[in-house]
Design a protein around this ligand. Structure first.
Ligand SMILES: C[C@](O)(CO)[C@H](O)COP(=O)(O)OP(=O)(O)OC[C@H]1O[C@@H](n2ccc(N)nc2=O)[C@H](O)[C@@H]1O
Ligand SMILES: Nc1ncnc2c1ncn2[C@@H]1O[C@H](COP(=O)(O)OP(=O)(O)OP(=O)(O)O)[C@@H](O)[C@H]1O
Length: 292
């Protein structure tokens, strides 16, 4: 096999996101449910005759050298060299970018995770899932989750994960049109960092309904993000008329669960034209698993 086309890099939603504390190194201890959804970027990989790793699609605002896709590919290439003494063939990587940057949807992390999984297969590198997760973590906190590949309850700095059954529902997602820098939210003096720790049984009954995790938990980053970025507050306020609207990750995107696709369409029809909005279905498993 010399190419892998149409590899999905889905988005995630944080159904709740609690900040429970802060480590000595400044990183925050979180508890979250990462929900995979069927909306995201698509990547294409084509092996080269030399050993160069190239992005063949322009991504405005993200130079090739700092792109998480390229950094992930180079990291795996170096790891294969270290293990086998042979440098794997280079690769041209194309991307259909759909997910907004700084959207809280984990776009960059998902692209990097898909790159690690696809190249592990194309290069027949044989790294285990756990080895790929460890390789990806320094590049982005959400990368291990996407490689884990299942909707999950995550704790710590995101590295301890347990699969949970995704609520069987749809989500309406609004992009408020701003990019939120994650670090700025975590640095804020106004961020509360003392939400009590929960256990799965605290919310497992909520997973069975078709309203996401409506009524359970909150996003602790939301208060800070809405103060710094008023369009996020405005989108939450608008969407709240149709359900329990929340922000995902460190923002900017906001979402609300609905039971059916028809209900999602009904809400989408009313979204003010100034915002981009879309619907997505809850997934239990990463769609790339069926492909590799
Ligand atoms: C908040 C989440 O969106 C939840 O899914 C993610 O954990 C953030 O993931 P990300 O955007 O990939 O963030 P990273 O690039 O890993 O980290 C950006 C910055 O956020 C802060 N950060 C991130 C994760 C964490 N558990 N504690 C932190 O304090 C750190 O200042 C870090 O330098
Ligand atoms: N392939 C990539 N796609 C998107 N962003 C990338 C990529 N590579 C590097 N980046 C950088 O990462 C930053 C964060 O982008 P990303 O889309 O991952 O944010 P996010 O959705 O807020 O993530 P999270 O939910 O993990 O906080 C971008 O502003 C960009 O500078």
């Amino acid at each position: 096999m010399t190419s892998l086309k149409n590899c999905p890099a889905p988005a995630k939603l944080n159904l709740f996101l609690h900040v429970n504390g802060r480590r000595a190194d400044g990183y925050h201890l979180l508890q979250t449910v990462f929900q995979l959804i069927d909306h995201g970027d698509t990547l294409h990989f084509e092996l080269r005759d030399d050993d160069a790793i190239r992005r063949v699609t322009d991504l405005p605002g993200v130079p090739e050298e700092s792109d998480l896709i390229i950094r992930a590919a180079r990291l795996l290439q170096a790891e294969v060299l270290r293990r086998t003494g042979a440098l794997p063939r280079g690769v041209d990587i194309a991307i259909d970018k759909v997910l907004p940057m700084g959207g809280g949807l984990g776009g960059g992390s998902s692209d990097a995770a898909t790159t690690l999984m696809a190249l592990n297969s194309l290069w027949q590198a044989g790294l285990s899932k756990e080895e790929l997760m460890a390789l990806g973590l320094p590049l982005g906190a959400d990368i291990p989750f996407f490689i884990f590949g299942e909707t999950a309850f995550a704790e710590g700095v995101g590295e301890a994960m347990r699969p949970v059954q995704a609520p069987d529902c749809w989500y309406v997602v609004i992009e408020p049109g701003v990019a939120v820098p994650t670090a700025a939210i975590f640095c804020s003096e106004h961020l509360t960092r003392d939400t009590p720790v929960v256990i799965i049984t605290d919310f497992s009954s909520h997973l069975e309904n078709r309203n996401g995790l409506k009524g359970f938990g909150k996003n602790d980053l939301q208060q800070v993000a809405t103060k710094l970025f008023p369009p996020v507050a405005e989108a939450i306020e608008w969407l709240s008329a149709y359900g329990d609207a929340r922000m995902t990750g460190s923002g900017a995107c906001v979402f609300s669960a609905v039971a059916t696709e028809a209900e999602a369409d009904a809400v989408l029809a009313k979204v003010p034209a100034k915002w981009k909005a879309w619907k997505a279905k809850a997934l239990n498993r990463h769609p790339i698993i069926a492909k590799l």
